[in-house]
Design a protein around this ligand. Sequence first.
Ligand SMILES: [Zn+2]
Ligand SMILES: [Zn+2]
Length: 586
Amino acid sequence: MSHAKTGQKEQRKQTDPLYALRHSAAHVMAQAVRRLYPEVRLAIGPPIEDGFYYDVELPLALTDEDLPKIEAEMAKIIKENHPFTQRFMTKAEARKWCQDHREPYKLELVEGIQDDTVSFYTDGEFIDLCEGPHVKSTGEVKAVKLLSLAGAYWRGDAHNPQLQRIYGTAYFTAEELHTHVQRIEEAKRRDHRRLGKDLELFSFEELAGPGVVFYHPKGALVRSLIEDYVKQCHRERGYELVATPHIFRTDIWKQSGHMDYYKDYIFLFEAEKQGFGIKPMNCPGHILIYNAKTRSYRDLPLRLFELGTVYRNEKSGVLHGLLRVRGFTQDDAHIFLREDQLVNEIEQILDFEFEVLRAFGFTDYELELSTRPEKFIGSPQAWEHAESALRTALDARQLAYEVREGEGAFYGPKIDIKIKDAIGRSWQCGTIQCDFALPERFDVTYAGEDGKPHRAVMIHRALLGSFERFFGMLIEHYAGALPVWLAPVQVMVIPVSDKFLDYARQVVSTLQQEGLRTQLDERSEKMQAKIRDAQLQQVPYMAVVGGREAESGTVAVRHRRDGDLGAVGVDKFAQRVREESQSRRV
Ligand SMILES: [Zn+2]
Ligand SMILES: [Zn+2]
């Protein structure tokens, strides 16, 4: 183990009993690897968020098949129940020990230690450079599992030798371990990148470049359903829809400050010898609309809303499916208002946010309030006012929230809304930010009752956040089985044989007239195969039709989750599905 520099976070972890357990498990794993492959050179093996790893150098490449072998050897070491004992060496002794045992990585770590005393830990025949802490003996490492292999460079530097990283995890009980392993499997099963391909929703195209999304017909359909819903809600709540361009002169980004703080993220280009940028944010565009005429106090709050597509030059290495992209669309609004309107407006935004999230099936939230950082603009009084407005609104709605002192943006305090998905992961979603900077920079004012210009306050807010990210999260939350109102195909009509194609077409036409997104599976496959395929495509309802159904004007209904629901008249079935869709039942 390395004598890692101990920052605050590291120290907190070291008092965590789970940290000691996983740290000990990493020793046991390294010990097992050494027993199986005596030529191994050990690098570092720290505990991490969900487990631990060890980086090792071996003349052979480990494969997944080797993991059970290593686990079996670990089981022996655990059974042998060796106590962990600390032992000190002088730096010279430690150096000699590393040389004698041909441990070049450990030697490098020893050289980096400031003290003259170096701590080692032994258990049985195994000894490792380490500061602890550990559990008492290897017998306490009970619920442990090796998970995967990866490549890693020594000290994370591509110029250094490549090592093999073995990941594992450990818990105090077999039950906790089981839950964790199940969660990993579950997350794999729900991976939106795989589901997006299997369900023909979207793709990324090498020729077009990384981080830009291609929505295929089914994905684009889901997207437009969400957009329609979101636009409708905004109109109902007094927001006015606007549309702004995608390219702007760089002058606007100079005035907004983005060229100072954000330049690396803007795609810049030239046209007719003038500098332009593709918008990374929608705010300045909305401000130009606000400023296009004189606004009176009576016009406020003025709420401008756009499904605004922005582009940010993210490093290709950090891109990740739909969750981190270069081009994305925000459900972005900017609200211009008077300071005394803040509390009421924020309360309304919170209500709006929860209403929208509920429609998508999310009812579990975490809220964070981020307050004034060390470097800030605007007056301390204005900050206090805005922070207290955010708090008052949260309290008025009796919402629990975590305060993140000093974590606000330099231009204003904010509330972040995170949602919990079906398997307990949290996702950043909505945000409500007060802004004192942009109204100054763009001289955003309104004419007060006194007829004089007053500085307006501005709120940036998004409910879903990035549409792409939200879509990715939605796919994972539902494991691809989108609720009926969002399903690209709501009903698949399946004739039991070609003889019933005519009746099946009638059924399709009736359902389509009722506004249901219906498809006919007219392939000459067996009925069971058609049902299986519809099931794999996560179509909520299958309407199977044969002789009996044709005679009685019914369909035999199957639900993707509940299975056989029996025969129902076509009209009644249509009505039932339409009702489920319109009420956005999840
Ligand atoms: Zn250790
Ligand atoms: Zn904004």
